[in-house]
Design a protein around this ligand. Structure first.
Ligand SMILES: O=C(CO)COP(=O)(O)O
Length: 252
């Protein structure tokens, strides 16, 4: 069964306001029909309001993080409901940079996933292994644990409202991409974990992206694999033409 492809840019901590707006003006009218490919830009929180205001018919805006609590005394934090009230449709949860530098854990990933789905924001749930784990041959076990913990107490119905991104840490920002076969193999393993947690229908319908040094040159071969439904892209999502090439690759 073919799932609708999703290409999400993760701008991380790049761009200033003028660059961000120039990007949106450049890509807005060019992105393909959202019924065919979902095109998403996950921007720094401070840009979200301006970007959502200017998003065109086919481009969607996402956040890169949120707090898991509904509200509360959490100075400096942003809730899912706040994002929703500004028209944000997606949020990245559990990115490896947040796990490494900001104490994101499997437990907070789980709570954030639940909070996002509760307000109808699609969480893009990131999992992935370090080089050490890949070399030790235990990738599938590590990713399995991450998925099981992320989806704890999440119903099948809600799981279908989420997207998974498999991002091997060793491939992020390094220029080293997992081979299409490696990426597909791990994504198939993720699907089988989801099948065990839920059922065949959820595992067949849930979208699983690959992320880690995706660029205009390797995107075709990655997207041609059976179980890769799209890409979560850092560096190559910053340039409008490059981003457009990536979303157009999902049309093929
Ligand atoms: O972390 C990533 C997307 O979330 C991947 O980043 P790069 O595409 O720059 O490797």
């Amino acid at each position: 069964m073919r799932r609708k492809p999703l290409i999400a840019g993760n701008w991380k901590m790049y761009k200033t306001k003028d660059d961000a707006l120039a990007f949106i003006y450049a890509v807005n009218v060019e992105v393909p029909d959202k019924d065919v490919v979902e095109s998403v830009i996950c921007a720094p929180a401070i840009f979200l309001k301006d970007l959502v205001k200017r998003e065109g018919e086919n481009l969607r805006i996402g956040a890169q993080n949120m707090h898991y609590a509904e509200e509360g005394a959490y100075t400096g934090e942003i809730s899912a409901a706040m994002l929703k009230s500004y028209g944000v449709d997606y949020v990245i949860v559990g990115h490896s940079e947040r796990r490494a530098y900001f104490n994101e854990t499997d437990e907070t990933v789980n709570l954030k996933l639940i909070s996002a789905v509760n307000v109808d924001i699609t969480p893009i749930v990131c999992v992935g292994e370090s080089l050490e784990i890949r070399e030790a041959g235990t990738t599938n076990q590590v990713v399995k644990k991450q998925i099981e913990k992320a989806y704890l107490n999440v119903s099948a119905q809600d799981a279908l409202k989420t997207v998974v991104a498999y991002e091997p840490i060793w491939a992020i920002g390094t220029g080293v991409t997992a081979t299409p076969e490696q990426a597909n193999e791990t994504i198939i393993a993720i699907r089988s974990v989801i099948k065990k947690l839920y059922n065949e229908e959820v595992s067949e319908q849930i979208r699983i992206l690959y992320g880690g040094s995706v660029n205009t040159k390797n995107v075709d071969s990655l997207l041609s694999m059976s179980d890769i439904d799209g890409a979560l892209v850092g560096g190559a999502s910053l340039d409008p033409n490059s981003f457009l090439t990536l979303v157009r690759a999902a049309l093929k």
